[in-house]
Write a protein that binds this ligand. Structure first.
Ligand code: HBI
Length: 93
């Protein structure tokens, strides 16, 4: 799998029209929920999708915030799989 070109990443970011942005060569988004239960529920659902896709987020949780970074390590950059998981997370949030 080949990483996406910067221009392709820029266009895709424009298209998905949510808070994802580029940070250190990874897709980054901070999700803020109403409380810890909502945040952890989101992580539980996202984890099931991630495991099915065999594509796993780098993420952390503090109370009601979930910070996510997506990159495809084996491609050495961002791929369509990262955008796919980003889209799933958007629809779960
Ligand atoms: N998740 N985000 C991400 N990126 C990867 O490259 C990746 C993964 N989950 C599993 C995975 N790669 C495996 O294919 C290999 O590490 C075997």
């Amino acid at each position: 799998m080949k990483p996406m070109e910067n221009e392709a990443i820029r266009l895709e970011l424009e298209e998905i029209d949510s808070d994802w942005h580029l940070d250190g060569g990874k897709l980054h988004r901070l999700f803020v929920f109403s409380d810890f239960v909502e945040a952890f529920g989101f992580m539980t659902q996202a984890a099931i999708h991630a495991e099915k896709m065999n594509h796993h987020p780098e993420w952390s949780n503090v109370y009601k915030k979930v910070e996510v970074f997506l990159v495809t390590h084996e491609a050495g950059g961002i791929t369509e799989r990262d955008f796919e998981l980003a889209g799933i997370m958007d629809s779960l949030a």
